[in-house]
Design a protein around this ligand. Structure first.
Ligand code: PEP
Ligand code: MN
Length: 331
């Protein structure tokens, strides 16, 4: 249940009422909210004097539900994304920041194509402890250099809660990766900022779990959440993961958050990325996330799936054609 409090209700008068209900106070401008578990079906008596309106939900997807609010919008770089805005954010960059030269070339490509957002990881959540783990703070410094030189926005990920404060302070968009989707430390900290947060779906997560991860951030008070479908694990082993476009159709219908699609991690091989990227764009989502590296064969992480710059330029021409046909502005 989402309870909209009357204007001017002092949060301190509500706090003592929350615990027994397992309810959460959500700062929301003038008229704040209280969100209870969805199992609460009737307005609790003690809230009556403070309540302006309330709405009952049949599951714990509440603040993210399109029944609560049809659509949410997030300011991303120079554009607002949201389903009414006819914008598609094409977010590109290498899997990891590896060197000054590599990230500079990547930033040049973003700028040259008139795009706005560079993505590269500095704290990499690797499956093996023996793989490249990212440049950590050094990588953030290199990203800072290109951000100020090229005037672009940066999305980078937090691997765990130990460096989440640094990543929040640094990023224009905070990425929560597939393996960190359940990390409560990260989710709760991201609820305390208002910077946009992009949550990638856990590769073994249901849509319900995925959107509930977003509920942690939304209920912390941050309305700027973007969902990213990046492929889930199925019985199929010929592709790295399976891009769940049916799930995306479900999200578009039932969830009010912008959706970004990541074909690169889904298929895991560069040859399929252009076709998938066009299919994703045609689905009318709010953004694409595509891994692009100046020299993919020598990339320190995810070498097989990254497009080289020429391959991305060719894909980009076709994305623009699609954008023109669909009335979508790429930024
Ligand atoms: C990445 O974006 O480079 C990444 C590690 O993605 P994911 O969390 O989806 O595996
Ligand atoms: Mn990657």
């Amino acid at each position: 249940m989402i309870i909209r409090l009357k204007q001017g209700v002092d949060p301190n008068s509500i706090n003592p009422l929350l615990g027994a209900l397992h309810a959460v106070f959500v700062p929301n401008g003038v008229a704040n909210l209280v969100v209870t578990p969805s199992s609460v079906r009737d307005l609790p008596e003690e809230f009556e004097p403070f309540t302006d309106q309330y709405q009952v939900f049949d599951n714990d997807i509440q603040l993210a539900s399109s029944l609560y609010k049809e659509r949410r919008e997030v300011e991303l770089g120079p554009a607002v994304i949201g389903r009414d805005h006819q914008n598609t954010a094409v977010i590109i960059g290498p899997c990891s920041v590896e060197s000054r030269e590599q990230i500079r070339k990547s930033a040049e490509l973003v700028k040259d194509l008139g795009l706005s957002i560079l993505r590269a990881g500095s704290y990499k959540p690797r499956t093996s402890p023996y793989s490249f783990q990212g440049l950590a703070e050094e990588g953030l410094k290199l990203l800072e250099e290109v951000r100020s030189e090229f005037g672009i926005r940066i999305i980078t990920e937090a691997r765990d809660a130990t460096h989440i404060d640094e990543v929040i302070a640094f990023s224009d968009i905070i990425q929560i990766g597939t393996k960190a989707m359940y990390d409560q430390g990260i989710l709760r900290k991201c609820g305390k900022t208002t910077k946009p947060v992009l949550i990638k779906r856990g590769f073994g997560s249901t849509l319900q779990d995925f959107v509930q991860a977003a509920e942690f951030v939304l209920s912390g008070g941050n309305p700027n959440v973007i969902l990213c479908e990046r492929g889930i694990r199925t019985f199929e082993t010929r592709t790295r993961f399976t891009l769940d476009l049916c799930g995306v159709a479900w999200l578009k219908e039932h969830v009010n958050l912008p959706v970004v699609l990541d074909p690169s991690h889904a298929i895991g091989m560069a040859y399929g990325v252009p076709d998938l990227a066009r299919a994703c764009m045609a689905m009318g989502v709010e953004g694409l996330l595509i891994e692009v590296h100046p020299d993919p064969a020598n990339a320190k992480s995810d070498p097989a799936q990254q497009l080289n710059h020429q391959q991305f330029r060719e894909l980009f021409v076709t994305l623009q054609e699609l954008g023109n046909a669909l009335g979508l502005r790429i930024f």
